[in-house]
Design a protein around this ligand. Structure first.
Ligand code: MN
Length: 295
């Protein structure tokens, strides 16, 4: 099943490029906080799935192009992210890398992106106004957590996956001879984490560790890899993260980017695609105003 959050955080099932509104499957009190709907759906999935299918069967669809797609879970409590998790990406940033001596995600663990940096794929990626810094694209497979838990061994990790989505980990790079800022801040500007276009439930992705992942800027192919090249796989990421703190239904894990990371600029259009998961295409723009603390 493909599950989308659209317009005013309504819930939809996507079939043949049509969105079927299934919001009525959820308790009415969520009207007071519609951003919570996807987290609620994931938390209560075993008891909601049949009703969601029934509503999708009986509710007329509207074209995907006619709705505004929000991030796949606007209320995710955590956006975990793996650094340096594709062998050929490790080291390619040279002096712009804060990772020394070729350490991968296995040694470094994870970092956090601010959940409020997420945006839907109908939106735009907004760079700070007038910045001379370099801003980069990193296409990644996003894992959406289903069942939460603590201290999950990797042998059980995949039982905790609800589904998958495309994610762009937009990043402000450090500069040589400039004091480096924290990674979480450089990757948490508003709109720097597009996640979408929707969640594809795990049963529709037979092998999530054998998926082609590609990114284009203005139709130029910049990155092309396959999730089989992940250094730390999905189950081991879940083991690693849940060894530190509990993972929760609706949490998101950005699994890392393949080689070919590069810069995008205002006016560019960035497009990414993961086989069997989806595709997104978003303009890159510049903020209207200069922030009081400019970067
Ligand atoms: Mn990344």
């Amino acid at each position: 099943m493909k599950l989308a959050v659209f317009n005013d955080c309504r819930l939809g099932v996507v079939r043949q490029n049509q969105v079927h509104d299934v919001t009525a499957a959820l308790p009415a009190h969520l009207e007071a906080w519609p951003e919570l709907r996807m987290s609620w759906l994931i938390r209560h999935w075993p008891t909601l799935e049949a009703e969601i299918n029934r509503l999708a069967d009986t509710t007329p669809g509207v074209p995907v192009e006619s709705v505004t797609l929000q991030s796949v879970n606007p209320a995710a409590r955590h956006v975990f992210a793996a650094p340096a998790n594709y062998r050929k990406h490790v080291g390619e940033l040279g002096e712009r890398s804060i990772v020394k001596k070729g350490r991968s995600a296995r040694e470094q663990g994870f970092f956090l992106k601010a959940p409020a940096s997420m945006t839907g794929t109908s939106g735009t990626i907004v760079l700070p106004k007038g910045s001379s810094r370099r801003f980069d694209h990193e296409p990644e497979l996003a894992v959406i957590i289903g069942k939460g838990g603590r201290n999950i061994p990797r042998s059980e990790g995949m039982q905790h996956v609800f589904g998958y989505a495309c994610l762009i980990d937009a990043t402000m790079r450090i500069e040589k001879d400039v004091a480096e800022e924290e990674r979480s801040m450089r990757k948490s500007f508003a709109t720097f984490t597009p996640v979408g276009p929707w969640v594809v439930t795990h049963d529709e992705v037979s092998d999530p560790e054998n998926l082609d992942i590609k990114l284009w800027v203005n139709d130029e192919l910049r990155q092309s890899g396959n999730t089989r090249e992940l250094i730390v796989g999905i189950a081991e990421l879940i083991e690693l993260i849940s060894s530190v703190l509990p993972i929760e239904p609706g949490d998101i894990i950005a699994t890392g980017t393949p080689e070919g990371v590069g810069q995008f600029l205002p006016g560019d259009v960035v497009r990414m695609e993961i086989d069997g998961v989806g595709a997104l295409s978003m303009p890159v723009t510049e903020a209207d105003t200069v922030a009081p603390r400019a970067f």
